[in-house]
Design a binder for this molecule. Structure first.
Ligand code: NAD
Length: 492
C-alpha cells in the first residue's frame, strides 16, 4: 500500500524527504516507513484543497453523497483487509476491528452520503413584506487532526460530514497510526473523488499539526485529541479566527445503583473500560458503585477482568491487545505507581503480563484500583485498561462524584428505577449519557463533550451545522414598500 503523503490526488514524498517508521505494538517491529509532512507539505495540501473547493462546493449535493456512498461500499468490499491493517498498526483486537471499527467507518460514510442532499437551509418567519431565508454554506478548506486511538473510524467521523457539506479537507492522522487513513485515501481516489478535495498528511503534532492549526488560509480546524493539545489548537487558531471544533479527553463516570441488573452492569462496565484497552475518550474509567453492592460487583468484575484473553491482536480470539505505543504503556504504568503512592488498593493487574510471548509488546493487564475521590488517578485521564473505583450511599453523593472532574464527555448509569435514571441523566455534567448500556455510538446521534472535554459535536445534523456557515438572505417582496427616508422620486 501507499505510504507517502496524499496531496492533490497523488501520493508524493514529503518535501523534506522525512519519513518515520510505524510500529506493530504487539512486538514493536517496523511495519512500514511513512512520509512525514512538514510546513511545505501543509502549504501544498492547502493550495490543492483551495483549488478544488470552488468546483466541489458547487457539485450537486446528491453527487457528493453518491461518492461517499461509493466509498462506504468500497470499505465494505475491503473490510477484512482494513480490519487487519488497523489491528496491525494500532493493536486493536481483530475481533473488534472486524465487528466495530470497520463497520462503523462504512456506516458513517454511508450516513453522511445520505445526508448530503438532505441537509437544508430554512425560511425564517420575519415581518410582513420580507422573505428571509437561511443558506447553509460550506466553510471552505477545513483542517482536521486526529489521534491514534481509533484512526480509521475517526477518518470517517471527521471527513464524511465535512465533504457532505461541500468542504475540502486537509487531514493529519497521528504519526503513530497513519496506515488506515492512507488506505482510505487510495480508496477515495479509486471511487472518483476529485483531486484536491481530500489531502492526507501523516506527520507529527509540532511539525505538521501546529502549522495546520495556525494556517491562515483554512476556515476551520477540527481537532480530536488531548485537552492539553486542544488548548494549543485554540491558541493557534487565533491568527485568522478560524472556526474550532474540539473533541478532547474524558474520565467517564459509570454509576451502578443498588437496584441494577448486576450481571448486565458487570459485563457492560467491563466493555466500557477494557474495549480498545481503555484507549477511548468515552471509556468508563471511573466506576462509582453503591456501597451495598460494591463487594458483590467487584468480585464478578475483577474475575471478568482477569479472564479477558490478552494477546496478539491479529489472533481472532484475543479480547485485549497491546496499548498503541511503548511510551503510552509506560505512561499507564506510571499511573499505577501513582495509585500505589496515593494509597489506592490495586485489586488486579497493574503490570505487564508475565507471558514471555508478549514481552516485546506494549501490554498492560486489566487494572482495577480502589481510589478515593480527589485522588489524581480518579481525576486524570489514564487512557488505558485502568479503572478507578469509589463508592456512594445516596444519589446526591453519586452525582457529586460523577461530576467531580474537569471533564464531561460520556457517563453511564445502571438502575431499574426509571425516574431516577432520567433525573440523573439531566444532572450529569456530560455530553452523552448511557442508561443501562455504555459507549453506544451511531452516526445519527450527536457526540461530544462539555467542560475540558471540548466543544462542538460530531455526528448527526449537529455536525452539519459545525461544517457550514449560516447566511441570512433578506428579500423585499412588498411592491408598495414605503421608503424609510421619503424623498421626491427621481424621474425615470
Ligand atoms: P494528542 O493530543 O497528543 O494528539 C492528537 C493529535 O494532535 C495527533 O494527531 C497529534 O499529532 C496532534 N498534535 C500534537 N501536538 C499538536 C500541536 N501542538 N498542534 C496541533 N496538533 C498537535 O492525543 P493522543 O495522545 O494522540 O490521543 C489521546 C487523546 O485524545 C486522549 O486525551 C483522548 O481522550 C482524546 N480523544 C478524544 C476523543 C473525543 O472525541 N473527545 C476521541 C478520541 C480521543
Amino acid at each position: 500500500m501507499q505510504t507517502e503523503l496524499f496531496i492533490n490526488g497523488r501520493f508524493v514524498p514529503a518535501a523534506s524527504g522525512a519519513t518515520a517508521p510505524t510500529l506493530n505494538p504487539h512486538n514493536n517491529r517496523v511495519i512500514a516507513e511513512v512520509a512525514m509532512a512538514g510546513p511545505a507539505d501543509v502549504d501544498a495540501a492547502v493550495d490543492a484543497a483551495r483549488g478544488a473547493f470552488p468546483r466541489w462546493s458547487r457539485t450537486a449535493a446528491m453527487e457528493r453523497g453518491r461518492l461517499l456512498l461509493k466509498l462506504a461500499d468500497a470499505i465494505e468490499a475491503h473490510a477484512e483487509e482494513l480490519a487487519r491493517l488497523e489491528s496491525l498498526d494500532t493493536g486493536h483486537p481483530l475481533r473488534d476491528t472486524r465487528a466495530l471499527d470497520v463497520p462503523r467507518t462504512a456506516v458513517t460514510f454511508r450516513y453522511f452520503g445520505g445526508m448530503a442532499d438532505k441537509f437544508e437551509g430554512s425560511v425564517i418567519p420575519v415581518e410582513a413584506g420580507f422573505l428571509n431565508y437561511l443558506l447553509r454554506e460550506p466553510v471552505g478548506v477545513v483542517g482536521q487532526i486526529v489521534p491514534w486511538n481509533f484512526p480509521l473510524m475517526f477518518t470517517s467521523w471527521k471527513m464524511a460530514p465535512a465533504l457532505a457539506a461541500g468542504n475540502c479537507v486537509v487531514m493529519k492522522p497521528a504519526d503513530l497510526t497513519p496506515l488506515s487513513s492512507l488506505r482510505i485515501a487510495e480508496l477515495m481516489a479509486e471511487v472518483g473523488f476529485p483531486e484536491g478535495v481530500v489531502n492526507i498528511l501523516p506527520g507529527t503534532g509540532p511539525h505538521a499539526g501546529q502549522y495546520l492549526a495556525e494556517h491562515p488560509r483554512i476556515g476551520k480546524i477540527a481537532f480530536t485529541g488531548s485537552t492539553g493539545v486542544g488548548r494549543k489548537v485554540v491558541a493557534a487558531s487565533a491568527g485568522n479566527l478560524k472556526k474550532v471544533q474540539l473533541e478532547l479527553g474524558g474520565k467517564g463516570a459509570n454509576i451502578v445503583f443498588a437496584d441494577a441488573n448486576l450481571p448486565a452492569a458487570v459485563a457492560g462496565s467491563a466493555f466500557a473500560i477494557f474495549h480498545n484497552q481503555g484507549q477511548a475518550c468515552i471509556a468508563g474509567a471511573r466506576l462509582i458503585l453503591h456501597e451495598s453492592i460494591a463487594d458483590a460487583f467487584l468480585e464478578h468484575f475483577v474475575a471478568l477482568a482477569q479472564s479477558l484473553r490478552i494477546g496478539d491482536p491479529l489472533d481472532p480470539a484475543t479480547e485485549l491487545g497491546p496499548l498503541t505505543s511503548i511510551h503510552h504503556r509506560d505512561r499507564v504504568l506510571d499511573y499505577v505507581a501513582l495509585a500505589r503512592s496515593e494509597g489506592a488498593d490495586i485489586l488486579c493487574g497493574g503490570e505487564a503480563p508475565a507471558d514471555a510471548a508478549l514481552a516485546a509488546g506494549c501490554y498492560v493487564l486489566p487494572t482495577v484500583v480502589k481510589a478515593r475521590a480527589g485522588d489524581r488517578v480518579e481525576q486524570e485521564e489514564v487512557f488505558g485498561p485502568f479503572v478507578s473505583v469509589t463508592t456512594f450511599a445516596t444519589d446526591e453523593e453519586a452525582l457529586v462524584l460523577a461530576n467531580g472532574t474537569e471533564y464531561g464527555l460520556g457517563a453511564g448509569l445502571w438502575t431499574r428505577d426509571l425516574a431516577r435514571a432520567h433525573r440523573m441523566a439531566r444532572e450529569l455534567k456530560s455530553g452523552m449519557v448511557w442508561i443501562n448500556c455504555y459507549k453506544r455510538v451511531n452516526p445519527a446521534s450527536p457526540f461530544g463533550g462539555v467542560g475540558s472535554s471540548g466543544y462542538g459535536r460530531e455526528m448527526g445534523f449537529e455536525v452539519m451545522r459545525e461544517y457550514t456557515q449560516a447566511k441570512s438572505v433578506w428579500v423585499n417582496v412588498d411592491a408598495n414598500l414605503q421608503p424609510y427616508y421619503p424623498r421626491p422620486t427621481a424621474p425615470a
